[in-house]
Design a protein around this ligand. Structure first.
Ligand SMILES: Nc1ncnc2c1ncn2[C@@H]1O[C@H](COP(=O)(O)OP(=O)(O)OP(=O)(O)O)[C@@H](O)[C@H]1O
Ligand SMILES: [Mg+2]
Length: 274
């Protein structure tokens, strides 16, 4: 980290508590004074963020600023790393996700995660959705088939795969696999969809398809989307948090944030274009 960038970050820093009130809609997740350390390195610094119920909240920012780490705290994937320490709270339905007593299994069912690269399960296209349905306790075959069609329709994959539901999931293109993973995630009936750069491995047409799905799903779901693609953030965001070196240095409605950035850091980020 160069001295120049440190200076820039500290000069332009805004106390996020002052601006969190910009988001007045009802929130599904409320991040309060969150600090996170990887060993001795502090990765998240005094994060305050209310994620609105329904709609798309975009976490935007340059590589290494802490976007993925923040997303991981929402479904406690941070538990995988033994040297992580947190302070503060992430409230979900009034409960602190970070509390040791939180039922992580149930939490993860409510927080569907879509990662950068699709990870379909081995087995057929239909089996991928069936697996999720079984987790929900749906064992009746007719009901399963009905829902397999329903969720594949929901991600606009049905027409492409309806004649080969028994084919291996690996026979799909990467873009189709990502939509299959989204359908599998939806079949668990999550409350929140966490998506970490879900289009980064996709070609432009597949990316657009995923973006269109997100826009539609945002009517029903709360979506937290990590991206460093500015154009994607502009197309999709209902609310934006801009991160820089572990802090949210600006947050607000996309119109305000993109048209009238308050910090030099965001101005510079927007001017470079991504
Ligand atoms: N398991 C880990 N152990 C130690 N440090 C980590 C670990 N995971 C992430 N970090 C550090 O935390 C910081 C934030 O990383 P993170 O992956 O959250 O950034 P990001 O904004 O998602 O970046 P990118 O856009 O490149 O995906 C980085 O400095 C990274 O090196
Ligand atoms: Mg990341």
């Amino acid at each position: 980290m160069s001295t120049k960038t440190v200076d820039l970050a500290s000069k332009t820093q805004i106390d996020s508590r002052k601006i969190m009130t910009k988001n007045s809609s009802k929130s599904i997740l409320s991040v309060q004074s969150l600090n996170l350390w990887h060993g001795k390195q502090q990765t998240l610094k005094n994060i305050h963020l209310n994620i609105p119920e329904k709609g798309i909240t975009v976490l935007l920012g340059p590589s290494g600023c802490g976007k993925t780490t923040l997303l991981k705290t929402f479904n406690r994937l941070t538990d995988i790393y033994p040297d992580i320490r947190t302070e503060g709270a992430v409230l979900f339905k009034g409960q602190d996700i970070l509390n040791k007593k939180t039922d992580v299994y149930s939490l993860r069912q409510q927080m569907g995660l879509l990662s950068q690269r699709p990870h379909p399960l081995p087995g057929s296209i239909a089996d991928n959705i069936r697996y999720a349905l079984k987790l929900k306790g749906i064992s009746n075959k007719t009901e399963q088939n009905h829902r397999i069609e329903f969720f594949l329709q929901k991600v606009a994959l049905w027409e492409e795969v309806k004649d080969r539901l028994k084919s291996s999931s690996g026979s799909l293109s990467i873009g189709q696999q990502q939509r299959l993973c989204l359908a599998r995630g939806l079949a668990i009936e999550p409350k929140v969809i966490l998506a970490d750069e879900p289009t980064s491995a996709l070609d432009p047409i597949s990316s657009r398809k995923i973006e269109e799905q997100f826009k539609e799903l945002s009517q029903e779901y709360s979506i937290v989307l990590v991206t460093h693609i500015l154009r994607q953030a502009k197309r999709l965001a209902d609310y934006v948090a801009f991160m820089y070196f572990g802090e949210i240095i600006e947050q607000g409605l996309p119109g305000e944030l993109f048209e009238n950035p308050q910090t030099d850091t965001l101005k510079e980020y927007l001017s470079v274009g991504h």
